[in-house]
Design a protein around this ligand. Structure first.
Ligand code: ATP
Ligand code: MG
Length: 565
């Protein structure tokens, strides 16, 4: 495991209480967890919650945590998704004790199913899906038996073998557990254990045409791997009864260990303005609504990584969210706040101008180049360092830092008004040069001498501070400004998430960045003063064509629209 354990990684919660009780309060003993994704999509931040919990517990209790691919649906799974989970788990900083696949256990699972049949605890049903649903009853109507429920063991064994041998088409038969059709818990009304699917599995190919259902596969996988605490999300609460029923019938048999794994449920992470299901995310990818699984607007770990979020921030977010027994929705702004906290002491402050307009300092000679010292860090960050910026006669400033007709409270540059250029002089705007359409091409301003580090001698103070980059040395750059992907707080409520998309979740600006970034590491993150945290896009940015992704804006001041910079 990669992380040094200095304190507990997982904040005390109801699961650590259970484990402490199981272990008699000792920080040792056998704790075996697993993280069991289905490889049918890319990992997202909800998975990160489960990863931090399962791997964190294994580290805290000096136990083990397997990465287990729950690959029992051949139609939707692939090696590409397996690799995405391996990559993102590694990026998050966790190393699995073992990597396992449910498909490795198909032979053993088949034997276990036959064992259940021999116990008279499973039967082949042939009524078809619709009839089976009808027979299962409702909340008020008890389930009733299928006419096939009392097939003999021999007949069941033969039919099950024929199912596996490919003698039937999809859906012709299923294997069901014989539990309790009168149970108020629907899951116990003879759940399906195996179904026929003629599809090529990405690992086992055409070896199988029957596949175990989640309810059957999961407890067996846990038994096989010696899992002690099997943590899943709350929607599986009712499945626990099936889990326990199967564990009781099969532990110590068919080569399975005696030791009983236990299932515990915790709240799933859900966030506003976000969809988290892999199925829905896949749809966005397939329909071209985003530019891939790693689109920086996606809640996937690859998307967050590409945007520039550090794994430390994701782990810290999981910690902040905590582990609870009640579902709730976390605000996206909490994630932003955690990302900002993480970057504050990591990202040096530099200046970039995203929507440039030229500022001409009319009382400086054309050749003038005043060296100004600009610290990389604010005073409250305990880090040192600065660079020298050449202040020439021509600078780029943000177009919206100047207004001829400023709204009330405008604290930037206006004609006749004063601002301080960050780390440099106070200036006073004299005139604007415009094209025929009235668009401002240049702003001419005069530098007030002797204002480096002090207020103007006449006592008229600047109205604000604006950032700038020198025209002569500026490096051209593209800036990709990402915003929340969805326009509505609960996009899951929409049948098609594509209808709830935020039309301005991505804007691109062409501007300039100060020359000091030349030669920096390709993964250097920055705070662009007054604008937000950025880093070079790892796919598209080149030394001669810089492209920066906005990781997160500076503070939470959400306003819809592409202009939020
Ligand atoms: P999805 O609906 O996104 O496909 P899933 O629940 O089917 O998710 P898997 O990828 O099959 O998830 O499961 C991997 C593990 O991650 C499971 O143990 C599951 O409980 C956990 N997990 C998945 N989504 C979340 C979430 N939003 N919050 C917490 N844990 C999650
Ligand atoms: Mg799933």
């Amino acid at each position: 495991m990669v992380l040094a354990v200095t304190a507990r990684l997982v904040r005390p919660n109801f699961i650590t209480e259970i484990i402490d009780r199981d272990l008699g309060g000792e920080l040792s003993g056998v704790v075996r967890t697993r993280f069991p994704p289905e490889p049918n999509g890319y990992p997202h931040i909800g998975h990160a919650k489960s990863i931090c919990l399962n791997f964190g517990l294994a580290l805290d209790y000096r136990g083990e945590c397997n990465l287990r691919f729950d690959d029992t649906n051949p139609e939707t799974e692939s090696q590409e998704y397996v690799e995405a989970f391996l990559r993102d788990l590694d990026w998050l900083g966790f190393a699995p004790s073992r990597v396992r696949f449910a498909s490795d256990y198909f032979d053993q699972m088949y034997l276990c199913a036959a064992e259940l049949i021999r116990q008279g605890a499973a039967y082949v049903d042939s009524v078809g899906e619709e009839e089976m649903r009808r027979l299962r009853g409702t909340v008020t109507v008890l389930g009733s038996p299928s006419p096939f429920r009392d097939r003999s063991v021999a007949e069941n064994l033969a039919l099950f073998a024929d199912m596996a041998a490919g003698r039937f088409g999809d859906g012709e038969h299923v294997l069901r557990a014989k539990i309790d059709l009168g149970s108020p818990n629907f899951k116990l009304r003879d759940p399906v254990l195996y179904r026929i699917v003629h599809a090529t599995h990405y690992r086992t190919g055409d070896r199988w045409c029957i596949y175990p259902m989640y309810d059957f596969a999961h407890p067996l996988e846990d038994l096989i791997e010696g899992v002690t605490h099997s943590l899943c999300t709350l929607e599986f609460e009712n499945n626990r009864a099936v889990y326990d029923w199967l564990v009781e019938r099969l532990r110590g048999r068919c080569g399975l260990p005696e030791r009983r794994p236990r299932q515990y449920e915790f709240a799933r992470l859900s966030m506003d303005y976000t969809v988290m299901s892999k199925r829905k995310l896949l749809r966005l990818v397939q329909e071209g609504e985003v530019q891939g699984w790693d689109d920086p607007r996606m809640p996937t770990l690859s998307g967050l990584r590409r945007r520039g979020v550090r794994p430390e921030a994701v782990r810290s977010f999981a910690d902040r969210v905590g582990v609870d027994r009640a579902n709730s929705r976390v605000e996206l702004s909490l994630l932003d706040a955690v990302i900002r906290d993480d970057l504050n002491a990591e990202a040096p402050r530099v200046m970039a101008v995203l929507r440039p307009v030229k500022l001409v300092l009319s009382n400086l000679p054309a050749s003038s180049e005043v060296p100004v010292q600009a610290p990389y860090w604010p005073r409250d960050v305990p880090r040192q360092g600065s660079r020298t910026l050449p202040l020439g006669r021509e600078l780029w400033i943000e177009a919206d830092d100047f207004s001829e007709d400023p709204p009330k409270g405008f604290r930037r540059l206006r004609l006749g008004g004063r601002v301080r250029l960050r780390y440099a002089y106070v200036i006073e705007a004299e005139r604007a040069v415009k094209d025929a359409s009235g668009r401002v091409l240049e702003i001419h301003a005069r530098v007030l001498p002797e204002t480096l580090g002090s207020d103007p001698a006449d006592g008229v103070r600047p109205q604000g501070v604006i950032h700038w980059v020198p025209v002569r040395e500026a490096l051209p750059a593209e800036f990709r400004l990402y915003d929340r992907l969805f326009a509505v707080p609960d996009p899951d409520a929409a049948d098609d998430p594509a209808t709830a998309l935020n039309p301005s979740s991505r804007a691109v600006a062409q501007g300039y960045i100060e020359p000091s970034v030349q030669g920096d590491a390709p993964d250097q993150r920055y705070q662009f003063e007054r604008l937000g945290y950025f880093w070079p896009d790892p796919e598209d940015s080149r030394p001669d064509r810089r492209i920066y992704n906005r990781i997160v804006p500076l503070k939470d001041s959400y306003r819809p629209g592409p202009g939020r910079i």
